[in-house]
Design a protein around this ligand. Structure first.
Ligand SMILES: [Zn+2]
Length: 297
């Protein structure tokens, strides 16, 4: 989150309300310039287009450069609501700390009836709910499709290179002309590989950005879905848990580490499993065991 693009008082979205040209140009005042106070404008603002922006939430106004105002406005439309959600979640975490969440087995029992109904609903609704992120998912899938052949080509080239390197070693001493030939082949493989590696990096970066954008969108959607898809006893905690998720799958212990909580796998699963904007997957850890992992998207 880029906080310089949001209201410094409350984190709300900023909207441009008026514009002027800052300061004085030479001795002549620029038309429309309003200089407040004896000092007026900072040296850098002289002759610059300045924009007054106002916070949509608390009404706070300030003056910033026109270009900064433009990017702040675009940013605020997307991240203003997200920042508000983040603040709500922080407030909630004060009144209902995660570790006070009831344990479904020992403490307050989840009514089977309740959880069954929510699961049935989730099964039925998941696809329909996810239509709002269909275009993002499609973009991610097509980028993934783009990545695969490039990765395969790199794999092919590097195994060919390895074979050539092995061949070079077996040639031993002398055989200079043969060695020269193999060396040239290796160099050619390197040259072929270079643009492919660049291309792969570009696609991977793009994919990462798409996934991060989707996770941001899903954070809001998943929190909105809590009331409908989470059993009542867990509702005060679910949003805090969701706020700890991202675009990469996290296991229960990773979630606990991130949120400094000590929730059980069952508690985490109960809060997340039915949410249409959270995907459950498996992650194999160093001990070769499979663990449930969750991500936004
Ligand atoms: Zn504000």
């Amino acid at each position: 989150m880029d906080y310089t693009k949001l209201c410094p008082k409350c984190g709300g979205a900023l909207v441009a309300i008026s514009e002027r040209t800052g300061g004085f140009s030479g001795t002549k005042a620029v038309a429309g310039a309003v200089v407040a106070g004896p000092v007026g404008v900072a040296a850098g603002a002289l002759g610059k287009k300045l924009t007054t922006v106002q916070c949509q939430k608390c009404g706070y106004t300030m003056e910033i450069s026109a270009s900064k105002a433009q990017s702040a406005e675009a940013y605020g439309q997307i991240y203003g609501p997200l920042e508000e959600l983040r603040r709500q979640i922080i407030q909630q975490s004060m009144s209902s700390p995660l570790d006070s969440a009831p344990n479904g087995l020992n403490g307050v029992k989840i009514k089977i009836h309740d959880s069954l109904q929510i699961s049935l609903k989730a099964d039925k609704m998941r696809e329909k709910e996810r239509e709002v992120i269909a275009s993002e998912l499609e973009q991610i899938n097509s980028t993934e499709d783009e990545r695969q052949p490039v990765q395969q080509e790199i794999d092919r080239l590097s195994s060919e290179k390895k074979a050539k390197e092995k061949q070079l070693k077996t040639l031993g001493l002398f055989k200079f002309s043969e060695k020269k030939e193999v060396q040239a082949a290796i160099e050619q493989l390197d040259a072929q590989m270079e643009p492919k590696v660049k291309e792969l990096k570009e696609i991977t970066d793009r994919l990462k950005m798409l996934r991060t954008d989707l996770a941001d969108k899903c954070l809001r959607l998943a929190c909105d879905a809590v009331d409908e898809y989470c059993v009542e006893i867990y509702r005060p905690y679910a949003k805090q848990l969701i706020a700890g998720l991202g675009s990469e799958p996290l296991t229960c212990s990773e979630i606990n580490a991130k949120l400094s909580s000590s929730l059980t796998a069952l508690q985490i699963n109960s809060m997340l499993k039915d949410n249409p904007f959270i995907t459950t997957t498996k992650k194999v850890k160093a001990d070769k065991k499979e663990y449930s992992a969750y991500y936004l998207g």
